[in-house]
Write a protein that binds this ligand. Structure first.
Ligand code: ADP
Ligand code: MG
Length: 623
């Protein structure tokens, strides 16, 4: 028998390889864009016809190629970007496989014009199905222009598989946006069927984001910056209220390469915990910089997946970076208030007053009769903490972190478009000595209106109180710090088997909050204690309500146990809309709210308050 194994001709081998690299017009565009970036272009132009099916042209003003290199570039595994295996572990360029041009040249008609800077003449090469149709010197501009015509002209099956023009176009725009986002210092234009889709001037990242996603993002972005020895994170995240139901505008770049990574996406979402409801998707464009030897970008042929050798650390750093910048951003309006001095005095005397009320209350729990005396206002430990928080706010001492962060962020040089905390912080350091009255009152038993020297504050009492309690419970869960009050007549509750299992599963967390629960026969529990700071008339109803809420959140949002418990208990025990509050209660809410880490948002991402500036008020009346 004769031998039957033989090597495939290059043209066929290239076509097979092309199947991996070029699946659709968008993948060809991606490769061409990346080559232009690798060639150090400062301006890149994209021209597309029929969603790339007829033409994809990328014109750059990069370093160009010599005549030999121009020819070589269409050979498989021909690359100028790595030389040996060591280089594979320190990749800083987009390309390195040397496959793209060979693949594209195998499945399309390609015309390349290229000239190196300083060279008198350039080169023109025409390829068709891996065959060189033409190669000669030509006069052309510096840089490289590659036109890919009639993609898959020789692979009809592939061509028939292409989707409709709008779908293919969407893929192209996505690829374009990823590259344009990661290189704001490069100017880009994108023209489709003679229509200019994008004209992006070189500039800062924030400008680039607005250029791509629209001016409506102005004011919605918060800078994010974190530097650690292993990993730097920088970029922008969206304010919680700009989050959307659909996933989409979420971008991670590792060493400027776009990647998909669900684990890191989770790290970001997790940092928004408690700021928006769990089914919302925040906007983010985050750049991670990490020593290339700690990542492996070669796990996927189209290179959008990478492996980190220490994924957990990366997760933690990303999460904390996002959390911190959300926190820093949240400080802005709170500090901006410049409460006047009288207000503090009020606050302090109120505290004494409430402490008195508190003792009174414990002696005669029913003396107020109504539900409006919420014990949750009166947890002494919490008050002390919030008061000192207030004082810090006034002295500016508590804000050193935010101030320095503000500066760091400012070093990014983006201050003019974005709301960043630094300015507000400075305001507070020398807040105006007003002598306003600080009157506080309630509207419709729903809203607290507080007067400040710089305007009016309207607070949604329920959302604000939920936020306050949520943060308190989160802390208690962290430190197992919730105090308990013993039930005089411990109620027992018969549960379904499933609920019983659930309660046993969260027993420890419940204990951290102050619930003391013991098993009491089959599927039955005895409630011996409840959190000390909740005014309860009916422990059984409180617990059952909590359990209901917990189950509801559990099915609606995928929260972890503690997060869910803190939310559920806050929801159940916060004052409700429609409850009448007295002066001291209102001021406690105001005070505690602004001692919160994230005072701006309620548990569903809604606002807890709005501020109307004096200037706005003046504006109402000027003609
Ligand atoms: P890779 O980018 O993986 O090296 P490609 O097939 O995409 O492989 O490109 C092959 C080579 O052609 C590159 O290494 C580079 O030297 C050269 N090249 C491709 N596109 C350009 C361009 N726009 N400007 C200058 N050189 C280019
Ligand atoms: Mg390449």
């Amino acid at each position: 028998m004769s031998d039957i194994i033989h090597l495939l001709p290059d043209a066929i081998a290239n076509q097979i390889a092309a199947g991996e690299v070029v699946q659709r017009p968008a993948s060809a565009l991606k490769e061409l864009l990346e080559n232009a970036v690798d060639a150090k272009a400062s301006h890149i132009q994209v021209i597309v016809k029929d969603a790339g099916k007829t033409l994809i042209q990328v014109i750059d003003n990069g370093k160009g190629m010599s005549m030999t290199d121009a020819r070589m570039s269409f050979e498989r595994h021909a690359t100028s970007k790595i030389r040996n295996t060591e280089d594979l572990f320190s990749i800083r360029t987009f390309g390195f496989r040397g496959e793209a041009l060979a693949s594209i040249g195998a499945v399309a008609q390609v015309e390349m014009k290229t000239r190196q800077s300083g060279a008198e003449l350039g080169t023109i090469i025409v390829m068709e199905g891996s065959e060189v149709k033409k190669q000669e010197p030509a006069s052309c501009p510096e840089g490289t222009s590659i036109s890919v015509k009639n993609l898959f002209f020789n692979v009809p099956a592939r061509r028939n598989f292409l989707k409709s023009n709008p779908v293919e176009m969407r893929h192209m725009v996505e690829e374009f946006q990823r590259v344009a986002l990661s290189y704001p210092e490069i100017g880009f234009t994108f023209i489709q069927n003679d229509l200019e889709l994008f004209r992006l001037l070189p500039g800062k990242l924030s400008h680039r984001i607005l250029g791509i996603f629209g001016k409506s993002y102005q004011g919605q972005l918060v800078a994010c910056l974190e530097e650690t020895p292993h990993l730097n994170v920088r970029g922008y995240i969206g304010k919680p209220e700009s989050a959307k139901k659909t996933r989409g505008e979420q971008y991670f770049f590792v060493n400027n390469r776009y990647i998909k990574n669900n684990y890191l996406n989770h790290a970001v979402s997790n940092a928004y915990e408690g700021l928006m409801s769990g089914d919302m998707q925040p906007f983010y464009v985050l750049f991670l910089e990490i020593d290339p030897s700690h990542i492996d970008i070669n796990v996927h042929p189209t290179k959008t997946e990478i492996k980190f050798d220490d994924e957990r650390t990366v997760y933690a750093v990303v999460r904390s970076a996002v959390k911190q910048s959300l926190g820093a951003h949240n400080v802005v309006p709170a500090l901006d208030f410049s409460f006047d001095v009288n207000f503090t005095e009020n606050w302090k005397s109120n505290r004494e007053q409430t402490e008195a009320v508190h003792t009174e209350n414990t002696l005669q729990p029913d003396n107020q009769g109504m539900e409006n005396k919420y014990k949750t206002f009166q947890s002494p430990a919490y008050q002390k903490q919030s008061v000192s928080g207030w004082e810090k706010l006034f002295e500016g001492g508590g804000n050193t972190i935010e101030v320095s962060r503000g500066k760091e962020i400012r070093n990014m040089g983006e201050e003019e478009i974005l709301t960043i905390s630094s300015k507000a912080n400075e305001d507070v350091l020398h807040f105006p000595e007003g002598n306003a009255t600080g009157a506080t009152f309630q509207v419709e038993n729903n809203y607290i209106v507080a007067q400040m020297s710089t305007g009016l504050l309207i607070i949604d009492q329920q959302s604000a109180h939920e936020r306050i309690l949520y943060e308190r419970y989160r802390k208690q869960l962290q430190h197992a710090a919730g105090a308990s009050q013993q039930c005089l007549f411990p109620p027992h509750i018969q549960l379904s088997q499933a609920d019983f299992a659930l309660v046993m599963d969260i027993k420890e967390e419940l204990y951290s909050l102050g619930f003391v629960i013991v098993e009491f026969g089959k599927d039955t529990i005895l409630i011996q204690g409840v959190p000390a700071d909740i005014q309860v008339n009916n422990e059984k109803a409180l617990f059952e309500g909590l359990l209901e809420q917990f189950k509801h959140f559990k099915s609606e949002l995928s929260l972890d146990k503690r997060e869910n418990l803190a939310r559920s208990l806050a929801r159940r025990s916060a004052i409700k809309r429609g409850s009448k509050l007295d002066m001291s209660e209102m001021e406690i809410i105001v005070g505690q709210l602004f001692a919160c880490q994230n005072p701006n948002y309620g548990l569903s991402g809604n606002k807890t308050f709005v501020k109307i500036d004096l200037q706005q008020i003046h504006g109402f009346f000027t003609r």
